[in-house]
Design a protein around this ligand. Structure first.
Ligand SMILES: N[C@@H](CCC(=O)N[C@@H](CS)C(=O)NCC(=O)O)C(=O)O
Length: 220
């Protein structure tokens, strides 16, 4: 398996990029892989025209499974879980819960969380994002409050077992890790930190930092 990832990034993106979730899942699933490293330029990957036939929007992550190419982090994670039979149960209703919480992570939590991150990264240079930030924070609460309650009685997103939905939810929550928001949802925050202690995540993050040539701990 080949996976397209970043090998250079500006500091403000360290630890936020979505290649991390694909790499973490590969580790959790025990799938051997090699990385193809891309440099993130001033326009991201927009100038990498050679990359367009592989990734239509010229974005990472992308996997190449013996010639089968797949983009979109959510699709990649479900594919890796299904392929390995790990991080996803066999039973259809239980499997559907994994899809449900993975999709919730992307389409509810990340949808409202990412604009908050972008507002913080762009600061005063983007007054429109600043103006909308409080609304995005409020909308996030609509999702994080019930998730916080849910995590008082179960360890992970779908119940007692860690699944690929937890990789997605944790990575999406990481986008908010330097904001004030997660402090308001203590069970969500302790869940995120607990998931990040998993050996596969620790290994992935260390290798991510080494690949970028940045100090250990700086993408945490
Ligand atoms: N919806 C896509 C988004 C992928 C995405 O935004 N990738 C970013 C890194 S996190 C990227 O490649 N940025 C470079 C660019 O857009 O030029 C996914 O989940 O995979």
């Amino acid at each position: 398996m080949k996976v397209y990832v970043f090998k250079s990034l500006p500091p403000f993106l360290w630890g936020y990029t979505r290649d991390l979730r694909a790499l973490w899942t590969l580790e959790e699933c025990g799938i051997p892989y090699e990385t193809i490293g891309l440099d993130c330029g001033p326009n991201g990957l927009a100038d990498e025209t050679w990359f367009e036939p592989i990734s239509p929007f010229k974005q990472v992550p992308v996997i190449d499974d013996d010639g089968y190419i797949l983009t979109e982090s959510g699709a990649i994670l479900f594919y890796l879980a299904e392929k390995s039979g790990k991080l996803i149960p066999r039973d259809l209703p239980a499997r559907a819960q994994v899809y449900r919480w993975g999709i919730t992570s992307l389409s509810n939590v990340e949808l409202m969380g990412l604009p908050v991150l972008l507002a913080d990264l762009q600061g005063d240079s983007n007054p429109h994002a600043q103006a909308l930030r409080p609304w995005h924070v409020e909308m996030l609460g609509r999702f994080l409050e019930p998730i916080d309650r849910m995590l008082t009685s179960q360890a992970f997103a779908t119940g007692p077992d860690f699944t690929v939905a937890d990789v997605l939810l944790t990575c999406v929550l990481r986008e908010l890790r330097k904001t004030e928001i997660l402090r308001q949802y203590p069970h969500v925050e302790s869940y995120r930190l607990r998931c990040e202690t998993r050996p596969a995540f620790v290994k992935t993050l260390s290798e991510y930092e080494d690949r970028l040539g940045i100090p250990r701990g700086s993408a945490k």
